[in-house]
Design a protein around this ligand. Structure first.
Ligand SMILES: Nc1ncnc2c1ncn2[C@@H]1O[C@H](COP(=O)(O)OP(=O)(O)OP(=O)(O)O)[C@@H](O)[C@H]1O
Ligand SMILES: [Mg+2]
Length: 466
C-alpha cells in the first residue's frame, strides 16, 4: 500500500491537478473543498497525509492542522503557502506541520516532497504499532486462562512481580513458560532494563558458558574476539535461563558461584565482573528426579526454586481452550489480514477432547493454519485436524492436495515469523547485517541468504558486502 492522501483546497482546479498528479504516483487520493469538509473526512477515513492550502475561507490551513493533529498525532500535514508567506509557513511547522511548499510549485517538487513525508509517516506508524505490540504482548491480558491452575499462576506472578525473587517456572513444552517469564519481567521494577534470554540446552558446554559469561579473545578455538556474555548484557535487568535442566554440570557450578557471589569471570579471563541481575529459570524436566540421578546440582536447584510456578498441561485445564481459541483466531485474522471465522460446534467439541500433546503452542498453530485453510464460513474439524479425522470421506485427489495446502499455510506462518524476527534484529543494529547476525548467532552469509529469500532489504550502514 502506498498510502492515502487528502487534498484540501477551495480551488477546484488545484484539487483536480493534485489528485491527477498523486494518483499517478500510486496513492489513493481524496479531495475536500474546505477545512470543515476536510475535518469530516479525516475523522471518517484512514489518511496518512493531508495536503492543504493555507489560506481558505472559513477554517484555514492552520486551524485544520490543529484539528487534524488533535485527532491523530501521526497524521502528516503539508501546507501549500502563497508566495511571500514564509513567516506563516514557519508557524505551521512549529504547530506540527510535516513540511510546506510555496506556490507556485512544479510537479517534481511536489512528488519528491510527498514521497519523503509519506515514507516518514508510514515508518512512524509502523514504529508505534510495533511498540504497542511489544508492550501489549507482555501485559497480563495476553496470558489467557480461567482455570484454577492458571489463576494460581496469575496470583503468584502478581505477588512476586515487584521483588527480585528468583522464580523457577515449570511445565511441559508449549505450556507458556516463556510468556509467564516475560510477564514477571515486565511487571517488575526492572521492566525498563533488558530481559535477556539464554537457552541453556542449545549449545556445547563451552558455548553455554561463553553465552552466559562471555569470553576473552583466544579462550578456545573460534574465540576470535572478546565477547560480552548474557549476564553482563542483563545487568540491571532480568536474565531468563530457559531449559535450565539441560545445563551441563560443570556450568551449573559456575552459575551457582555467579548467583552466590554476584560475580563471575569471562571464559579464559580472570578479572571478576560484578552484575546486578534478577534470575528467572524455566524447565520442562523433572528437576527432583534429575537431582536424584546426579544430573542437576541440589544446591543450585534450591537457589533457583525460591518461588516455583507450575503450569499444568493444557489437557488438564480444558476450560482454558475456548478462550485461547478466540484469542488466537482474532490475532491470526489480523496478522494474516483475513476475516475471523467461528469454529463449527463439531470443531469446538473436537478441540475440547483433543490430547494437545504440544499444549498451547500446538493449539495456536492448529488454529492459525485452520483459519488460513478454511474455505467455508466456519472452521470445520477437517480444517483443524486435516485428513486425520476418521469420519471424513475423501477422494484421492483431495487427499493428495491437502498436505500441500497445509504445508503452504505452515510455511507462510513460519516465514512471517522469521521476517518479523530478522527485521527487528536488523533494526536493533541500524541495519548492520554483521552485527545482527552476531546477535542472533547466524553466519552473516546465511543471514543474507535468508534476507534475500524473505525479501528483506537492509539499509546496510557501513556494512561492506562480503
Ligand atoms: N496462557 C496463554 N495465553 C496465550 N498464549 C499462550 C498461553 N500459553 C502459551 N501461549 C502461547 O503459546 C506459545 C508457546 O508458549 P511459550 O513459548 O511460552 O511456551 P514454553 O512453555 O516456553 O515452551 P517450551 O518449553 O517449548 O519452550 C506462544 O506462542 C505463547 O504466546
Ligand atoms: Mg520456552
Amino acid at each position: 500500500m502506498k498510502g492515502r492522501i487528502l487534498v484540501v483546497d477551495d480551488e477546484r482546479a488545484m484539487q483536480l491537478a493534485l489528485r491527477g498528479l498523486l494518483s499517478k504516483e500510486g496513492y489513493t487520493v481524496e479531495t475536500a473543498g474546505s477545512g470543515e469538509e476536510a475535518v469530516g473526512k479525516i475523522e471518517g477515513g484512514d489518511f496518512h497525509l493531508v495536503i492543504t492550502d493555507l489560506s481558505m475561507t472559513g477554517m484555514d490551513g492552520l486551524q485544520l492542522l490543529q484539528r487534524a493533529r488533535a485527532f491523530d498525532p501521526d497524521l502528516a500535514v503539508v501546507m501549500i503557502t502563497a508566495y511571500g508567506s514564509e513567516k506563516i509557513a514557519v508557524d505551521a511547522m512549529k504547530a506540527g506541520a510535516a513540511d510546506y511548499i510555496p506556490k507556485p510549485f512544479d510537479n517534481d517538487e511536489m512528488r519528491v516532497l510527498v514521497r519523503k513525508v509519506m515514507e516518514n509517516s508510514l515508518l512512524r506508524r509502523d514504529h508505534r504499532r510495533l511498540l504497542a505490540q511489544v508492550q501489549g504482548s507482555y501485559a497480563f491480558d495476553q496470558i489467557i486462562g480461567r482455570s484454577p491452575a492458571m489463576l494460581r499462576v496469575f496470583e503468584a506472578v502478581q505477588k512476586v512481580a515487584d521483588t527480585d525473587i528468583t522464580v523457577l517456572i515449570r511445565g511441559d513444552s508449549g505450556t507458556g513458560k516463556e510468556l509467564v517469564a516475560n510477564a514477571l519481567h515486565y511487571h517488575s521494577p526492572r521492566r525498563t532494563k533488558p530481559m535477556v534470554k539464554v537457552n541453556c540446552a542449545a549449545f556445547s558446554r563451552e558455548l553455554v558458558e561463553s553465552e552466559l559469561f562471555g569470553h576473552e579473545k583466544g579462550a578456545f578455538t573460534g574465540a576470535v574476539a572478546q565477547r560480552e556474555g548474557k549476564f553482563e548484557a542483563a545487568d540491571g535487568g532480568t536474565l531468563f535461563l530457559d531449559e535450565v535442566g539441560d545445563m551441563p554440570l560443570e556450568t551449573q557450578a559456575k552459575l551457582l558461584r555467579a548467583i552466590q557471589e554476584k560475580e563471575f569471570e569471562r571464559v579464559g579471563g580472570n578479572t571478576p565482573i560484578k552484575v546486578d541481575v534478577r534470575l528467572i529459570a524455566a524447565t520442562n524436566h523433572d528437576l527432583e528426579a534429575q537431582v536424584r540421578a546426579g544430573k542437576f546440582r541440589e544446591d543450585l536447584y534450591y537457589r533457583l526454586k525460591v518461588v516455583e510456578l507450575v503450569i499444568p498441561p493444557l489437557a488438564e485445564r480444558r476450560e482454558d481452550v475456548p478462550d485461547l481459541i478466540k484469542r488466537f483466531l482474532t490475532d491470526a485474522a489480523e496478522r494474516f489480514n483475513r476475516p475471523v471465522k467461528p469454529l463449527s460446534d463439531d470443531a469446538l467439541r473436537a478441540c475440547m477432547t483433543h490430547p494437545w500433546k504440544g499444549n498451547v503452542r500446538e493449539l495456536k498453530s492448529v488454529v492459525e493454519q485452520a483459519l488460513l485453510l478454511a474455505a467455508g464460513a466456519e472452521i470445520s474439524t477437517a480444517d483443524l485436524f486435516g485428513g486425520a479425522t476418521p469420519a471424513r470421506p475423501t477422494n484421492a485427489a483431495a487427499a493428495a492436495d491437502l498436505p500441500a495446502t497445509f504445508k503452504d499455510a505452515k510455511q507462510r506462518i513460519v516465514e512471517d515469523f522469521e521476517r518479523d524476527f530478522l527485521t527487528r534484529a536488523l533494526a536493533r543494529h541500524g541495519g548492520n547485517i554483521s552485527k545482527a547476525a552476531e546477535e542472533i548467532g547466524m553466519y552473516r552469509q546465511n543471514l543474507q541468504q535468508k534476507m534475500r529469500e524473505l525479501g528483506i532489504s537492509a539499509s546496510d550502514d557501513g556494512d561492506a558486502p562480503a
